[in-house]
Design a protein around this ligand. Sequence first.
Ligand code: GLV
Ligand code: MN
Ligand code: MN
Length: 417
Amino acid sequence: MNNYLQRAEKIMQRINTLALISDDDNCINRIFGTNAFIKGRDTIFEWMNDAGLQTTIDNISNVRGKLLSDNANAKTLVIASHYDTVINAGKFDGPLGVLMGLDLLEQIIQAKIKLPFHIELIAFSDEEGVRFHTTYLGSKVVAGLFDKNVLNKKDENGITLQDVIQKLNRRTNQLDKDAIAKNNWLGYFEIHIEQGPVLYEKNIPIAVVNGIAGQQRLEIVFKGMAGHAGTVPMNMRSDALCAASEFILELEQFALEHKKNLVATVGKLNIINAASNVIPGEVVFSLDIRSADENVLSAAYKQIEIICCDVCKKRKIKFEWNLIQESKPILCSKEMNKLLSSSIKKSGYEVIELVSGAGHDAVAISEVSPVAMLFVRCFKGISHNPLENVELNDLAAAIKVSDNFIQELITQNKFII
Ligand code: GLV
Ligand code: MN
Ligand code: MN
């Protein structure tokens, strides 16, 4: 198991191939259920199948490739990440972990290594949640935690998740059959770019992830009064956009005051019936709040709602406050991380531990299995941006560490309850 740079080049080629599969010629968009999504899914299916994995596509369109142990009763180690993207995405967020996992399994097959446990490589279908404002759809199905109510959620065009799944020729009434039973999990391992600047600043290629921040995602509606932009005096308006602007700036100030362990973002804002000569009567916007500390997160949630309430009262605006999804902060497995850290040391790198501010499928899986994540440095920490980049040498470092980690798991084949 060596030639790390050569293997890194092959992974990079596949990442580049996937990056060309987009619904937009000018940037990377692969949102759940679109044509590019289907093409991306089928490309990964072929790669897994060609590698010799028992490959299937499940009912939420996860691509799943199994490498089985001779011991039919063995537990399963899942190696995974996602193949959906945000809009105007970088090419590494998600695909890196899927294609590194594929490389790891190809090496195991080539070296004819006997596995004491099954390994399942999974390319999750929807981690970003762009289309339905959810997260972890793919991993929740595999964890057996999928909430059927989500099937009624509509996208911007009024198409439900149920419709999209049916259009993909999958069966919504079979989703629970795609779960791996809690008893059958050995562990979960995800390789992902850091998406932040720490490794870049410290000049270190990889890191162990300690835990993942909790998050709350909301949809907020501000309702004022639409009116004529030329005739309504400034002091007689109830402008929903001005109110949203004031709220957003106050939110920023609040998050800055708590910047040690809180971030808050309005990433999406829609003016209903927008026109240059109409005072905005209604705006709908998103709010994303995150912290690694559960108490900080819940206190911030309440405080931000009060800020919202005060702004709306002052400006005579009605508001709706809808919590769309939330996840608690999670801790990665101490036992798995011990092995991961010793694999990093053994591979000749400094061990550093990071908390992830970004969400990952590991969050959903952590409810049923021990989880571990390896972060890979990305250029200046830039992510969710076409400038996302990873050096070949860092990929090679991550391959070396992951090889050692899997080897350790195989040798030890005990832990993790
Ligand atoms: C996923 O990328 C998230 O953290 O929102
Ligand atoms: Mn992402
Ligand atoms: Mn991701």
